[in-house]
Structure formats: C-alpha cells, structure tokens
Design a binder for this molecule. Structure first.
Ligand code: ZN
Length: 311
C-alpha cells in the first residue's frame, strides 16, 4: 500500500506548487505549443506534472495533468474521454482513470478540444489500447490524420508533429455524441485551430439533484505567430474567432471547464471541492469574465495586425 500513498503525496505536493502559480497569468502561455522534439525539456513542467484525479460533478471527472486537461464522462455503456494530450500523458491519464475506480478499457469514445499536439498527440496510442472510436470536428480531421502536418501554423514544423490517428466519425458543428445516458454537443469555435471544439453537456449533482450546464472551452487564445490578417493558409481566421466569441457568449454555462486547467483556475478551485460549500467549478461569472478577457485580447491583437485605415 506504500506505492499509492507515495503517489498521493507526490500529487498533493504538485497541487501545492500549482496553487502557488498565478494560473490566470499563464493561461496564454499554456496554449503556445512549444516544439515537441526539442525535447521534453521544452515541455512546460505543468503539462506533465500529475494532478489529483477528481470528480468534478456527477459522472464527470478530471483525469488530466496539472496543465493539460482531460475529462472522463462515465456511462453504464462505457466511458467518453476528452483529450488524449501528449504521448507521454497516456500512462498518467490511464492511472488517473484507474485511481478513480474505472477501467481504461471501458473508454468507448475519444474526443479532443482541438488538433494541437498538447491535446491530441496521445490519441493513436489510446485508440490502440482501448479501441475507442475517435470523433473529431470536420476541419480538424485533415490535421489529425496527417499527424499535425496540415496545421495552418505549425504544419511546417516537424517538431510539433505527432502520430497520425484515423478519425472514425467526422463531426460537424452542432453534432451530438451520445453514449448511454450522456449527450455531448460539439460547438465549432474555430480560430485557434480550424476545427477547435467547445463541448457542452448536462451534469446532475447527486447531492442537490440539480442539473447544470457544462462548457469545456476549446481555446479562445491567439498563439504567437498567428496571422489574423492576410493569412493565406487560413483566410477566414479572424471571422472564425469572431464567430467563436459570439458562440461562447450565447452558451449557457454553470460549470466552467476548458482544455487547460488554467482557463478556469482549476488549481485554485480544486482545494475547495470537498469543503462542504458550493461546488467551486460552478462559476458562470468566471466563465463570462474569461471569455470577455480573451475577446479583448483577440481584438487588441487584430487591431495591431490590421493596416491603419483612412489617411
Ligand atoms: Zn492549442
């Protein structure tokens, strides 16, 4: 029994470190997709640091690392996993799932937030291990199936590539992914990638019996080097971001989650999870503030890149 104990100590100390970081401040940096091969040295430590797996609410669980979010949604017919993260994340995700008392082999459906390697590089491995059906939003499919080579920004950078994975079902904006009693809806919130996906679902709190709207934000961030104007690889990028912000502003949100824990201040909220108060992940105001903050960052960057109008 000493090994699980050690694991708990290790993850708790990493939580402490996480709590000391200003998570909102590094929300932008965590999306920056540093080169993969320049080795693990260039992988931000929080991406690989373990984090205590936890029940967010009802049948929705956090099984990611400190910096890269993965979620498990359980149903009587098997489970749905959102985000395979790095290749090296797979053992951690598996351990988190098992630590919560579920079977990794019960993963029937694999989804992602968007086709960047920090959210999808582990997909080929997870498909091979679990035979899960991989479902990806249409415009991200060529990127996934080319192992990142068709990405509009990083396609020419072999250091950001990953094992290609076959997509089993191509999703379109508004499509439902159903398993057992669970329905997830894919919302196209593109710009960050062409098929960047925000997932919504409903979850019921066992304690109160109340049902809540969940939003898992795909990514609202403009990465370094993104051309928002005259982008030959992605001409409609700015319009896509604008559309995405319009979508985020209309989605009902009680339970605020995202592709990186930093989006929703996970490290600060997690310690409040079982203290008897309200579930800390219920944060509609935090969701609205986050989207507003990211929209103004996008608008500012767009203004910077646009040629001056008039004389
Ligand atoms: Zn990304």
């Amino acid at each position: 029994m000493s090994r699980p104990r050690f694991f708990v100590v290790a993850i708790l100390s990493s939580t402490l470190v996480a709590a000391l970081l200003s998570s909102r401040a590094h929300a932008q940096a965590t999306d920056s997709t540093p080169p993969a091969q320049a080795a693990n040295a260039s992988v931000p430590p929080d991406w690989v640091n373990p984090f205590p797996p936890h029940r967010v609410m009802g049948n929705l669980y956090y099984v990611g690392s400190e910096g890269l979010a993965s979620y498990l949604i359980t149903t009587p017919q098997g489970n749905i996993l959102v985000n395979s993260s790095l290749e090296q994340s797979v053992p951690l995700i598996q351990a988190s799932i098992e630590n919560l008392g579920f079977k990794f082999s019960d993963t029937k459906i694999l989804l992602i937030s968007h086709a960047h390697w920090d959210h999808c590089a582990g997909s080929a491995k997870i498909k091979a291990m679990t035979h899960a059906k991989y479902m990806v939003l249409d415009a991200d499919v060529p990127v996934i199936e080319s192992g990142g080579k068709k990405d509009f920004r990083y396609g020419n950078d072999p250091s950001t590539s990953y094992p290609p994975a076959k997509v089993d079902r191509v999703l379109h904006d508004g499509d439902e992914v159903k398993l057992g009693n669970v329905v997830l809806i894919a919302h196209k919130t593109a710009g960050h990638t062409k098929g960047c996906t925000t997932w919504t679902m409903k979850v019921t709190d066992d304690k109160s019996g109340k049902t809540y709207d969940v939003v898992i934000v795909g990514s609202p961030n403009v990465n370094p080097g993104y051309k928002l104007v005259n982008n030959a690889e992605y001409p409609q990028i700015a319009q896509d971001y604008e559309h995405a912000f319009a979508v985020w502003k209309t989605l009902p949100c009680d339970l605020f989650l995202g592709a990186h824990g930093a989006y929703y201040d996970m490290a600060a909220k997690y310690p409040k999870l079982n203290n008897g108060g309200e579930n800390p992940f219920l944060d509609p105001a935090g969701y609205k503030a986050y989207i507003a903050d990211r929209e103004s960052a996008f608008q500012e960057e767009l203004k910077k890149q646009q040629p001056p109008t008039g004389k």
